[in-house]
Design a binder for this molecule. Structure first.
Ligand SMILES: [Zn+2]
Length: 591
């Protein structure tokens, strides 16, 4: 069947686009059009179909109407009555600029096909074309193969390729760089932005080159970084030849914010290897109608996060002390989550559809993010391999083996194949490590792993001149509710939990004194560990009192520090890992 889509952004001020699907060489009594309920890379089921209206079908020869039946919310059946050519029309409302979007405004169009171009059931593997009837002064940017210019027309080998290649149109700033001789476009949409073009080109070029060096080669002929500048939290969606990132328009300065931008860029770019080509066998071809389960997301996202940091270090965009400082912050975030004791990485990956993407008040107590723990288990696995192979192999060796055996070979990774690959690549038996930290919930001894690299790891001592009082600890996370402290999470095994505090409670007074959201952190400093408190709270709108004794606050900061007399092996591990000479006293961190 020939399948052609047309996108007409005719009512951009109303955010409603007109779409057409032309089907030729139809040889079946009915065709079913289906809109995906999820987008690969974003593991949650969403009612993208909510903006669809007025889907009609006509014969192409005499323009007479064909019956359309809505089989379910996202599936339409068109009775073709034996005609070979069918024209379908509908409109879609799109007004949300996130990384997976159909967004239409008077000066911008962003198309992720999964949100607005239904597929023809049974014909997912056939080539499709898409034309854009955009204003003549708009530029269309996509990594799809261009097959026509007036109007711009593109071709995808199949529906998966169409979904994997977003299309951006409007008046973007497009920069082209050629790291490793491969054209990479940087397409920036949205007003404002405190970036410097040269810096951006240079730093993204360094990330690309460091990624290629790490894996050993690039499968790309071209790549596009889509950046949409806006005011919502950062996010990115990976594709095989592009990434769509939404970033704060002023994220490019100062250095702290810029590092987050570089991390996002490095993470999404690395996915072109890990998850898009080294992919779980169940992720592609996709079932777009339902959840697609895998136990491997911890590797696909967590290891990607780890390599993201390593690449920024290898690219010279962060110093060795800064690399260690960022890793220590990640460990701190992990140690603050009680759920690490209950959920292993495989379950965390599998349950992402209801867990990571849909957190609720009990999430921190029962779950652990596969990004967060996945990154740290990757770190420890890297140190374990470097130590046991006397720095002859590393997690990079495992990645390169995955690349040659799966990514480059276009072979899906089986659910239980990662460990055998890691064993084969390193010559080690890593089963006990996987048993403890991937399939198990053993507490990770970060200090023991740090010592493989001549470092120790632990709470960062307070500076000698810091005489600030130690605040009391309740073990709650809270938010601002009209100026009041509203409890969002009560952590397991905490004073708050023992006293019976509950998510949703609004804290109004402590020992008779009024508390407000803005002053609460400071107020806790008046109640050091061991202080008895009377808490006045509103619970479901009714006044209650609770008694509680403040606990000891967990360490605020952790740090790596050099050990006194590292072995030659530990120095070699450190140097091969961090890419800097082992030094007895670390220099202060700089970006
Ligand atoms: Zn990712």
């Amino acid at each position: 069947m020939q399948i052609r889509y047309t996108v007409r952004p005719v009512e951009p001020a109303d955010h409603r686009g007109r779409f057409a699907i032309d089907l030729d060489q139809v040889d079946q009594p009915s065709v079913e059009l289906v809109l995906p309920s999820w987008v690969p890379g974003s593991y949650h089921v969403v009612n993208y179909v909510r903006g669809f209206r007025g889907l009609l079908a006509r014969r192409k020869d005499d323009a007479s109407a064909l019956p359309v039946e809505r089989v379910d919310k996202a599936r339409w059946r068109v009775r073709t009555a034996g005609v070979p050519s069918v024209h379908v029309e509908y409109t879609v409302y799109g007004h949300e600029m996130i990384d997976e979007a159909f967004d239409l405004t008077p000066d911008h169009l962003f198309v992720n096909a999964a949100l607005c171009l239904p597929y023809v059931d049974g014909h997912l593997t056939e080539p499709v074309e898409v034309s854009l009837e955009t204003p003549p002064d708009w530029r269309v940017v996509t990594e799809l193969e261009e097959v026509g210019a007036h109007p711009p027309r593109f071709r995808a080998a199949d529906y998966d390729e169409l979904v994997d290649n977003p299309i951006d149109a409007g008046r973007p700033l497009v920069l082209t760089i050629r790291p490793a001789g491969i054209p990479h476009r940087i397409s920036i949409c949205g007003e404002g932005g405190n970036y410097e073009v040269h810096r951006l080109e240079e730093d993204i070029g360094k990330i690309v080159e460091a990624s290629i060096r790490l894996v050993g080669e690039s499968p790309l002929h071209g790549y596009t970084f889509f950046y949409h500048l806006t005011d919502v939290p950062d996010g990115g969606l990976e594709h095989a030849s592009s990434t769509s990132c939404v970033v704060a328009r002023n994220t490019f300065q100062p250095a702290e914010d810029y590092l987050r931008f570089l991390s996002l860029t490095s993470h999404e770019y690395f996915h072109l290897y890990n998850v898009k080509r080294i992919r779980p066998a169940v992720l592609g071809p996709f079932d777009y109608t339902r959840e697609n389960y895998t136990r491997l997301l911890w590797w696909m996202e967590g290891a990607t996060d780890y390599f993201t940091d390593l690449i920024l270090r290898r690219a010279g965009l962060v110093s060795a002390p800064r690399f260690l400082e960022e890793m220590a912050k990640t460990i701190k975030r992990y140690l603050d989550v009680p759920g690490r004791r209950h959920q292993n990485l495989e379950e965390s990956s599998w349950l992402t559809w209801v867990d990571y993407y849909q957190p609720f008040e009990e999430t921190p107590n029962q779950s652990i993010s596969y990004y967060l723990k996945g990154e740290l288990v990757s770190l420890c696995l890297d140190l374990e391999i470097r130590h046991r192979t006397e720095a002859r192999a590393s997690l990079e060796t495992v990645l390169r083996t995955l690349w040659t055996e799966y990514g480059r070979a276009n072979r899906g990774l089986g659910e239980d194949e990662l460990l055998p690959v890691a064993n084969r690549a390193t010559g080690l038996d890593l089963a006990p490590f996987f048993e403890k930290y991937v399939r198990g919930v053993d507490e990770i001894d970060f200090d023991a792993f740090a010592r493989y690299a001549g470092l120790s790891f632990g709470p960062k001592p307070k500076p000698p001149d810091d005489d600030s009082p130690e605040p009391g600890y309740l073990g709650v996370r809270y938010e601002n509710s009209g100026g009041l402290v509203r409890i969002r999470h009560v952590l397991a095994d905490s004073p708050g939990r023992r006293a019976g505090l509950t998510p949703g409670d609004e804290l109004i007074a402590v020992n008779g004194a009024k508390v407000t959201h803005d002053g609460f952190e400071k107020a806790l400093k008046r109640y050091p560990p061991g202080t008895p408190l009377d808490l006045a709270i509103f619970r479901r709108g009714y006044l209650h009192h609770l008694s509680l004794t403040t606990g000891k606050t967990p360490p605020e900061k952790y740090a790596f520090a050099p050990v006194e007399h590292p072995s030659d092996l530990a120095r070699a591990v450190y140097e091969s890992w961090v890419g800097a000479k082992w030094e007895p006293t670390p220099k202060p961190a700089s970006p």
